[in-house]
Design a protein around this ligand. Sequence first.
Ligand SMILES: NC(=O)c1ccc[n+]([C@@H]2O[C@H](COP(=O)([O-])OP(=O)(O)OC[C@H]3O[C@@H](n4cnc5c(N)ncnc54)[C@H](OP(=O)(O)O)[C@@H]3O)[C@@H](O)[C@H]2O)c1
Length: 328
Amino acid sequence: MKSGDTGGSKPGGSAPDQPLMAGGYAGWMAPGLVGSVGTCLIAGCGYTGTRLARRLLGQRPVLALVRSAASLAVLAREGISAVPADLDGGSAFPVPPDLAAVIYLAPPAGPDGEDRRFARFLAALGEARPQVLVYVSTTGVYGDTGGVAVDEAAPTAPAEERARQRLHAEDQARRWCEARGARCVILRVAAIYGPHRLPLDRLRRGEPVLRAEDSGPGNRIHVDDLVAACLAALARPGAGVVNVADGCPESMAAFTARVAALAGLPAPRKITWAEAQDTLSPGLLAFLRESRRVLNPRLVRELGLTPRGPEAGIRDSLREMGLPVAGG
Ligand SMILES: NC(=O)c1ccc[n+]([C@@H]2O[C@H](COP(=O)([O-])OP(=O)(O)OC[C@H]3O[C@@H](n4cnc5c(N)ncnc54)[C@H](OP(=O)(O)O)[C@@H]3O)[C@@H](O)[C@H]2O)c1
């Protein structure tokens, strides 16, 4: 795995950001947000959104938006209020009259490098004026830098269609917020891993990995550190782009071998790029073709987070799954 899922639209530099305020995150509450009773709408409440909703429950009203009945049932079991709405199918959803915050976690969809799904979502919000919109994007918007480091000021150069859709969505988020005087935070997220999101099945099936010499560094984030970034983005008064990566890039081969060692599974066989052409899926090959090293200065300094590294993150994930961890 490398950086975030691929995604985004308009090549070029990042829009200038408002400074995020420095200082400690713990205990700080944004005016009118934490402490207010305004509802937080989590659109695309899947793997990450459900864990985020759990953290918000009890602090403030939460409304989750999902597409499928299956996801609705999962959320209902957790006591999370949710409504079904297919943003591609034109189905409406109720906009809470006290809407204070929106976190958008649905993937992009639309032709010509545009995220029409997000456009429909924003249109469906009508005249609502939340204080903050957190748009969850991807580090894929930086494109392939050949392993060169990227911080939030790096130019965007999305190569894949999905990355172009992402960049289009980021622009929509900024414009929508500007028109309403809302704070806009764009989280550019690396590959998400965590409990039930580890390559355990691939390891058990004995699938090979591309050897480190033939791939660039990959960038990741543990799901609970992404959740912490969402919470900090809600609570802090800043705006703009924040890279959400753990700052410990390593190749897919290295990460997978680490998972194998900690889970007590055999290390995966390593294959060359030439062998990978016949073995790995086209999607994975496209993903592995891009290489960059994602820096996270704003996450650390301005959102006040120190994300866990891969060793700790894999251990935490295995423990939560109730699996034994080699070495305790
Ligand atoms: N996975 C990665 O490594 C990675 C990396 C960077 C960024 N991201 C992005 O980060 C975000 C969160 O990731 P995740 O893994 O938590 O996502 P996830 O589990 O796949 O959840 C996505 C959510 O979006 C909803 N959704 C999808 N299509 C929809 C539609 N047409 N109308 C309404 N809702 C729709 C899904 O609803 P149903 O469950 O009902 O279908 C689901 O609740 C996503 O945007 C993802 O693309 C992911």
